[in-house]
Design a protein around this ligand. Structure first.
Ligand code: AMP
Ligand code: GLY
Length: 432
C-alpha cells in the first residue's frame, strides 16, 4: 500500500469535513475507519456526525471562520462536502493557509456553479453534451425553445440546490420555465442567465473521479434518482436515492467515460490555469447516440456518496490526502467490496418545496441489521434528534444481492418516523 511506502503519510491527521448532509456523515464514518485519522471535526455537521465526530459551529460557506478553526485545531486535511463550500472559496482560503484541501478552489469549481461555464469547458474539451444556447433575455430564449418544439431542459446558470433544472415536454412548459427564471426571477440570481438544452432520453449514470489535477482515478459508478416521487414523477430534488453498480454498467463503460469525460475536463481546466483537486462528478445520460454529459458537480454526489463509500475497501483518507497533495500517481489501485448497496432518502413532507422542521425523529434505535442511517437535516436538542432540513436522512441497505440491499434500505427507512416523512419505494427496483 502507498500508505506504507511513504513514511510521510503514516502520520496521523486531524481531519476537518465541511458540510452537514448525509454525504458528510458518510464521509465522516469512512474517515473514522482509517488508521490515519487522529481526530475528526465536521463543520457544521448534523445530529448524526455529532455522535461520531466533533461538530464545530461554523457554516460551510464561511471561509475565514473555517480557516481560523483549521489553524486553531491543527487540521492536517480538509475535505469539502457541498457545492456551497466550493463556491464560497473555502478551498482558496484554506490553501492560502498552506493546508491540504480535498475539493477544488472556486475557479475550477465553476464547472458546477456556472452551467454556462461548464458547457463552455465541454465544448472546448470535445466532451459530448446536448446542444445548447445561453440566454439572459426571455424572448430570445422562448424563440429557441419553440424551435425545439419545447422539448428542452431549462437550466438556471447558478447554484439552486439541485432544483434549477426544468425538463419540458411542450412549448407552454418551456415558456413557463423561462418566465420563472428570466421574468419573475423565482430562482434569484442563479436564474439571471439560463442554459437551454435539447431534451434527451435515456438512463442516467453518475461517474465520479478522484483527481489531483493530473491523474484521474474513477470511483464506482452510481445511479441517482432525482425526482421526488415513485416512477420518476414530481419535481427534481437534490436526490432521493441511489445504488451502484447500476444495471448494464460495467468497468469498460466507466473506463471509457473516464477517458472521454473526466480526464478531458480536468485537462481543459488545467490548461486554463484552474487546477482541480478533489472529486469531479459527471452526470451522464446514456442515449442511443452514446453517452452525453448533462452536468458536472465539483464534489461527491449526495446520495451517491452514501452508497459508494461503504463499498470502498481502500483507505479513503490516504486517497483524499494523495489527491489534495498532488500524489495520486503513487496511489495503488482502488479496492472495492462486492457488496450491493442501496440508499433511500427519507425527506420532510413537502420537500423540495416548502416543508416544516423541528419534529422529533423516532425509531433510530430500532434500525435492522443490514441497514445504516446517515443523517442529513437533523440536529440534537436536549438529547433528542430533531428534523432540521428537507432531506432528513439516508437509509443505506447492504446485502448479498441488490434485492436484499434494497429491502434492507426500505426496512431502515420505514423504521424512521416523524410527521410528514416520505421516501421513494422504487429505488433500484429496476435492478431486481
Ligand atoms: P442537471 O442538474 O443538469 O443534471 O439536471 C437535473 C436532472 O434533469 C438530470 O439528472 C436529468 O434527469 C434532467 N435533465 C437535465 N438535462 C437534461 C436534458 N438535456 N434532457 C433530459 N433530461 C435532462
Ligand atoms: N445527487 C445529485 C447531486 O449530488 O447533485
Amino acid at each position: 500500500m502507498g500508505a506504507e511506502r511513504s513514511p510521510m503519510s503514516k502520520k496521523r491527521l486531524r481531519i476537518l469535513i465541511v458540510g452537514s448532509g448525509a454525504r458528510e456523515h458518510a464521509l465522516a464514518w469512512k474517515c473514522l475507519s482509517s488508521p490515519l485519522c487522529e481526530r475528526l471535526y465536521v463543520a457544521p455537521g448534523n445530529g448524526g456526525t455529532a455522535s461520531i465526530a466533533r461538530n464545530a459551529p461554523v457554516q460551510a460557506d464561511e471561509p475565514a471562520k473555517l480557516a481560523r478553526l483549521a489553524r486553531r485545531e491543527k487540521i492536517g486535511l480538509v475535505v469539502l462536502g457541498p457545492e456551497a463550500a466550493v463556491a464560497a472559496g473555502v478551498g482558496d482560503a484554506l490553501r492560502d493557509c498552506g493546508l491540504p484541501v480535498f475539493g477544488p478552489n472556486r475557479g475550477p469549481g465553476r464547472i458546477e456553479s456556472s452551467k454556462a461555464f461548464a458547457k463552455e469547458v465541454m465544448r472546448a474539451a470535445g466532451i459530448a453534451t446536448p446542444k445548447y444556447r445561453i440566454f439572459a433575455e426571455a424572448e430570445a430564449a422562448r424563440r429557441w425553445a419553440r424551435k425545439l418544439d419545447g422539448q428542452v431542459a431549462v437550466k438556471a446558470d447558478g447554484l439552486a440546490l439541485g432544483k434549477g433544472v426544468v425538463v419540458c415536454g411542450s412549448r407552454e412548459e418551456a415558456d413557463r420555465a423561462i418566465d420563472a427564471m428570466l421574468v419573475s426571477h423565482d430562482y434569484g440570481r442563479a436564474g439571471t442567465t439560463v442554459v437551454i438544452e435539447e431534451r434527451l432520453n435515456g438512463p442516467e449514470l453518475t461517474v465520479l473521479g478522484m483527481t489531483d489535477g493530473r491523474v484521474v482515478v474513477p470511483l464506482a459508478p452510481a445511479r441517482d434518482f432525482k425526482r421526488a416521487r415513485d416512477g420518476d414523477e414530481g419535481p427534481n430534488t437534490g436526490g432521493m436515492g441511489a445504488y451502484p453498480p447500476p444495471l448494464g454498467v460495467d468497468d469498460r463503460l466507466v473506463a471509457e467515460l473516464t477517458e472521454t469525460v473526466l480526464r478531458p475536463a480536468v485537462d481543459e481546466l488545467a490548461a486554463r490555469g484552474l487546477e482541480y483537486r478533489g472529486v469531479l462528478y459527471a452526470g451522464v445520460m446514456l442515449t442511443e447516440a452514446g453517452p452525453r454529459v448533462l452536468e458536472f458537480n465539483a464534489r461527491f454526489g449526495d446520495p451517491e456518496a452514501q452508497v459508494v463509500l461503504p463499498r470502498l475497501e481502500s483507505d479513503l483518507v490516504a486517497l483524499m490526502l494523495a489527491a489534495a497533495t498532488g500524489r495520486l500517481a503513487d496511489h495503488p489501485p482502488l479496492e472495492w467490496a462486492e457488496l450491493p448497496t442501496v440508499g433511500v432518502v427519507v425527506a420532510s413532507g413537502g420537500y423540495p418545496d416548502s416543508y416544516q422542521t423541528g419534529f422529533p425523529v423516532e425509531g433510530l434505535a430500532g434500525i435492522p441489521v443490514g441497514a445504516m442511517i446517515f443523517h442529513a437535516g437533523t440536529r440534537v436538542q436536549d438529547g433528542r434528534v430533531i428534523t432540521s432540513g428537507g432531506r432528513v436522512l439516508t437509509s443505506v441497505g447492504m446485502g448479498a444481492t441488490v434485492a436484499d440491499a434494497r429491502l434492507n434500505a426500505l426496512s431502515g427507512a420505514v423504521r424512521v418516523r416523524f410527521p410528514g416523512a416520505f421516501f421513494r419505494k422504487d429505488i433500484a427496483q429496476e435492478a431486481v
